[in-house]
Design a protein around this ligand. Structure first.
Ligand code: HMG
Ligand code: MG
Length: 304
């Protein structure tokens, strides 16, 4: 067998942001802070904490300042936040994010539904954010939604992904996420989306962000790993979904990805047991079981 895998993988846990943005009932800032603390204790080196978006659009993230300022930061951990425009970026500055994330879409319809503007307009809004952040020494990531499928337009062609990646590169975004927002992707489709992104970004600057709606996210992760992708986003306890992508479930569970990676002999720096504790903590608060097969298996084993 000649398949080679990266020796090391960097995971960004997006649970506190992507995970909790879609919860029906409010989650107190204190619980979000508790979750971030447990994630860093488990060895996560990157955590997507919150977003600076309109509280009318996403009320669950209205406590962004309280959450960011309440975290006891650990050296060596990167805390990132979503900022769709200058207003969001400026609001985030008081909270000293290590990285800001502008978020665009490969599909026009999703861009309109999610951020109320066209792809071209979104780039105009992102450009000053990127410029200001880079000037202030803050890293900039670009999320690319709907890189394989869109809830409004159906299948999305790889050319659309290449187009968006080129625009983001053009305004100075440093690295990008290839997101399967609604979890419809299968390995070859995801590989095509990654390939399209590689026209503009180096493999080290591309991360996989796979929602697990159709149960394909682990397979898609493996397919991306086989291309050399070594940065991935996932959500502890499989939390989440996007309020503007109806029916889409959470990101692939971090616990499941870690189990896969460790089984492949890939280093993550993450302690699976402590990660499962972090997932159990937030799941207990939400009154449900973690949406992770690995967490369920380990918790059952512990109980037995
Ligand atoms: P808009 O209505 O076009 O904005 O919304 P506007 O500039 O016309 O302003 C309208 C009002 O919003 C004004 O307030 C502004 O001050 C306020 P008003 O005068 O009516 O009281 N406003 C803001 N408030 C706080 N923070 C801001 C901000 N900007 C304007 N940054 C906007 C445009 C982008 C703001 C809106 O559409 C929005 O907030 N959308 C939220 C989208 C979102 O958070 N979606 C979920 C995250 S994306 C995701 O989950 C996908 C991802 O995981 C990858 C994947 O899986 O695909 C990343
Ligand atoms: Mg997402």
């Amino acid at each position: 067998m000649s398949i080679t895998y990266p020796r090391q993988v960097r995971l960004i846990d997006v649970g506190p942001r992507d995970g909790l943005q879609n919860e029906k009932s409010p989650v107190p800032a204190e619980v979000k802070i508790g979750l971030v603390h447990r994630l860093q204790q488990a060895g996560l080196k990157e955590i997507e904490v919150t977003s600076y978006v309109s509280p009318k659009w996403v009320p669950q993230m209205a406590d962004n300042h309280e959450v960011m300022s309440g975290i006891e930061r650990q050296p060596g951990v990167r805390y990132s936040v979503l900022t769709p425009n200058l207003k969001g970026y400026e609001a985030s500055l008081a909270d000293r994010p290590d990285e800001v994330v502008v978020f665009g879409s490969a599909s026009e319809a999703f861009s309109q539904k999610n951020i109320n503007c066209s792809i071209a307009e979104s780039i105009e809004r992102f450009a000053p954010v990127v410029e200001a952040a880079r000037a202030q020494g803050i890293a900039v990531r670009g999320a690319m939604s709907c890189t394989v499928g869109c809830p409004y337009e159906g299948e999305v062609a790889p050319e659309r992904v290449a187009y968006l990646a080129g625009l983001l590169k053009g305004i100075g975004v440093q690295r990008v996420d290839v997101a399967d927002t609604i979890g419809v992707g299968t390995p070859l489709k995801v590989q095509r989306a990654v390939e399209a992104t590689l026209q503009h970004f180096a493999i080290d600057d591309v991360s996989g962000h796979f929602h697990d709606t159709y149960g394909q996210a682990l397979s898609n992760t493996l397919a991306a790993l086989q291309m050399g992708v070594w940065n991935f986003q996932s959500s502890v306890a499989g939390l989440g979904g996007c309020p503007y992508a109806k029916g889409a479930t959470g990101n692939v569970a971090t616990e499941d990805v870690v189990y896969l990676l460790h089984g492949l002999g890939i280093d993550t720096g993450i302690d699976l047991d402590r990660l499962i504790d972090a997932g159990a903590y937030v799941s207990d608060f939400l009154g449900r079981k973690p949406n992770s097969r690995v967490a369920t298996a380990v918790l059952n084993k512990r109980a037995g």
